[in-house]
Write a protein that binds this ligand. Structure first.
Ligand code: SRM
Ligand code: SF4
Length: 535
């Protein structure tokens, strides 16, 4: 199979258990596990293989599982949201949901005995959790205002659905792509502002125009042949891991929209069959590109594609600053608006989810969208209903006009549910932002991202200020702390931030952040006396 995988002695433990039983085989065993209970399950099935159907054992809350959905382009319907809310509701205080940094949603508190019923409910409304964890392609991200934005270059929705359908066999599971060497991220940007963070994906497509061919277009009566042709420049190899973080690099390839699905397939086949499988810390796509060099990798993709790739267009069309979509905006459809609501750190409870579904139905078209900043967009609100929509009480908690730190806050799951976490994140992030907004005034949003460990799910490297959980020492004691990242740039000319300070105890963080915000982001103290200097 793979170059590296053929030497079975060098296989890591994940490769070994995948070889024993494919993760997708778990699909047919759900009824059995539900009857058996989690305590009696084989540990590899429970801790790893269940992730192939999006079910995550949480060692922090044993018996209360997490379920990760797939939301292509971050879009769902109010009836789907209703079902998700019902699932969460049955777990009372244990039940909640999190919008993720991949425009997706995860449910918490899930009991294994309920899985057959939950999967039936999901199936009935077209929801799937398939292949959302472990060595599979993650939720495919696209422009959150696709089809709404008058300035968009390409509506990414259908293409992303097609890629998901290809990878997952329309949500039923596809064993062709269920044993990759490692996780794999795909994103397609359709607008000018790189709303998907293309640069941090293993494979990304960014809008780009190629020169016209000069070939006469027959039958049209006009010569359109010199006009620029729309398509995408392809980026490869972006990823974050505890060991290494890299921005994606250009593949020097331009593809027409109709070739995007085939290119995804070709790249994934190359990764599946040749990606390194010996060391899981060195298994992401970039490690293969390093080993082979870009030219060989590109040639292998062409060979799988069955045709040559065209060279990249000279420039891409990402020339805007990134938008956060919080607020109310006119759609390209006359008389319609979309509203972006800030969901603090992405956390939702059942009653919120029912309410969001209701608002989308009453005021919009029943559609709801997620953003990679863990917020929601409700589209298709008519001018005539907008004023009433804005008086809804949910808007007090999920504001269209939050504070300038609150609106850009992102946080990974952290110690509440994640066993990799070195610190608690979401509650701490909220408390910190509240305190900072009480003490300072801002003229611009400052994007603060929290992540509980070096896995970087909360993407601290894309933030203005990124905070990565660590353990640190103070007065002979081990404390929760953070490494501080700065300089992340999103939108046009995106580049990753770097670590500027290590090991700040969380208990000492507030004055340090305050100082950074004043010195680097133009924040002003509400009372001069509160300024802490000397950092
Ligand atoms: Fe992540 C593993 C949560 C986006 C890099 N990530 C995990 C696990 C599954 C670990 C675990 O089993 O506990 C976390 C589940 C915790 C939980 O209970 O929620 C977890 N990752 C998340 C989410 C929920 C963070 C969030 O709060 O939004 C995001 C889910 C996205 C989704 O819908 O699929 C999430 N993870 C990311 C991202 C950001 C992105 O994709 O833009 C990254 C960095 C980008 C990347 O992957 O290149 C990311 N997660 C990781 C890694 C490091 C991967 C590596 O190559 O080493 C791990 C650990 C691993 O895979 O071994 C990890
Ligand atoms: Fe868990 Fe670490 Fe990812 Fe946060 S960054 S969700 S703590 S693995």
């Amino acid at each position: 199979m793979t170059d590296t995988a053929t030497t079975t002695t060098s296989l890591n433990k994940f490769e070994k258990f995948k070889a024993q039983k494919d993760g997708l085989a778990i699909r047919d065993e759900i009824e059995k596990f539900a009857a058996l209970g989690w305590e009696a399950m084989d540990e590899i099935d429970r801790d790893h293989r269940l992730k192939w159907v999006g079910v995550f054992f949480r060692p922090v809350t044993p018996g209360k599982f997490m379920m990760r959905l797939r939301m292509p382009n971050g879009i769902l319907s109010s009836s789907q949201m209703h079902v998700l809310a019902q699932v969460v509701q049955r777990y009372g205080d244990d039940g909640c949901a999190d919008i993720t940094t991949r425009q997706n949603i995860q449910l918490r508190g899930i009991r294994i005995e309920d899985l057959p019923d939950i999967f039936n409910r999901f199936h009935a409304v077209g929801l799937t959790t398939i292949q959302s964890g472990m060595d599979n392609v993650r939720n495919i991200t696209g422009d959150p205002v696709a089809g709404l934005d008058a300035d968009e270059l390409y509506d990414t929705r259908e293409l992303i659905q097609q890629i998901q359908d290809m990878l997952t066999n329309k949500g039923e599971g596809n064993s062709e792509f269920s044993n990759l060497p490692r996780k794999f991220n795909i994103a397609i940007a359709g607008g000018r502002d790189n709303s998907v963070h293309a640069e941090i994906n293993d494979l990304a497509f960014v809008p780009a125009f190629r020169e016209g061919t000069g070939d006469w277009v027959l039958g049209t009566g006009q010569d359109f042949s010199q006009l620029p042709i729309f398509g995408f420049n392809v980026l490869v190899g972006g990823f974050f891991s505890a060991k290494r973080c890299e921005a994606a690099i250009p593949l020097n390839a331009w593809v027409a929209p109709e070739d995007v699905v085939a290119v995804c397939r070709a790249v994934l086949e190359v990764f599946r069959d040749h990606g390194p499988r010996a060391n899981r810390q060195k298994s992401r796509l970039m490690w293969l590109i390093d080993e082979w060099g870009l030219e060989k990798f590109r040639a292998e993709v062409e060979s799988r594609l069955g045709k040559s790739l065209l060279p990249a267009a000279a420039k891409d069309e990402i020339d805007w600053e990134k938008r956060d979509h919080i607020g109310v905006f006119k759609q390209k459809q006359p008389g319609l608006n979309y509203a972006g609501l800030n969901i603090p750190v992405g956390r939702l409870y059942a009653e919120d989810m029912f309410e969001i579904a209701r608002l989308a139905e009453v005021y919009g078209s029943g559609e709801i969208r997620f953003t990679v900043e863990q917020n929601i967009v409700i589209p298709n609100i008519s001018d005539s209903r907008l004023a009433t929509f804005l008086t809804e009480s949910l808007m007090e908690r999920f504001s269209i006009d939050p504070g300038l730190l609150t609106r850009s806050l992102v946080s990974c799951t952290g110690a509440q549910f994640c066993n990799f976490a070195l610190i608690e994140t979401k509650n701490r992030a909220l408390a910190m932002i509240k305190a900072l907004e009480e003490d300072l005034t801002f003229t611009n949003p400052v994007r603060i991202h929290w992540t509980g460990c070096p896995n970087s799910c909360g993407q601290p490297q894309v933030a203005d200020i990124g905070l990565m959980g660590t353990k640190t020492r103070k007065n002979g004691k081990t404390l929760e702390g953070v490494d501080i990242y700065m300089g992340g740039k999103v939108g046009k000319d995106a580049h990753l931030g770097t670590c500027v300070t290590k090991g700040i105890p969380c208990e000492d963080l507030q004055p340090i952040l305050q100082d950074l915000l004043i010195k680097n982001f133009g924040a002003k103290p509400k009372q001069e006396a509160l300024v802490v200097s000397g950092y």
